[in-house]
Design a protein around this ligand. Sequence first.
Ligand code: SAM
Length: 225
Amino acid sequence: MPAAAAIARYLEGLREPEDEALRAARARAEEADLAPMGPEVGAALRWFARLIGARQMVEVGSGGGASGLWLLGGADPRATLTSIEPDPEVRQLALRAYADAGVADRVRSIEGTATTVLPRLADGGYDLILLDADPAEYPDLREHVVRMLRPGGLLLVDDPLAGGRVADEASEDPAVLGLRRFHAELAEEPSLRPHVAPGSTALLAAVREPGRASEHPTARASGAR
Ligand SMILES: C[S@@+](CC[C@H](N)C(=O)[O-])C[C@H]1O[C@@H](n2cnc3c(N)ncnc32)[C@H](O)[C@@H]1O
């Protein structure tokens, strides 16, 4: 069995790469010590946004803007993103990333914490909500997520197991405690169907891009449709 690092490298070669705006946003966020969204999870966000043809999205925790760019890259071309960030300096980094990528007019950036901003957002108005902020606060966000998502809408949570630490019963870390409570509440929440994939190598799924013909060499040679 090849080592995890070899598998990760192999998958890297298959994945949709970061473009220049994303690379720059991630580099600036790393410099500011912000734990930016990397391409592995970013590509998954993009895939989910594409899968559901997301139009209205919310993210909690803009950081340096990387996750927003991944989401907008997969969503419907008319899609908009409401992005929430409490730190004014970090928010400026995100605004720069949206401007660099030419998507500033599709982002409503709001300065504030999730618990103060989410209550102001519309009922049933959103196709996709991403949580990538302070997990200690997530249990307080559940009722808003349920209220805000349209039927069929998608909740995505970055790092939902805190790197596996949720399974460590001795951990008293506030993020771990918040996530444990959040998972327990989601399991009891009749209007949400959560699933955590057990490993990043466990799932392959592909969406057919609407309106785009195959450019695969075999399809061209045979004239196959
Ligand atoms: C891991 S970073 C987000 C990374 C970002 N999504 C990206 O793609 O680079 C977490 C962010 O959540 C923000 N944050 C912390 N507490 C928050 C809260 N209560 N509500 C909203 N955002 C919060 C932090 O300031 C930080 O920018």
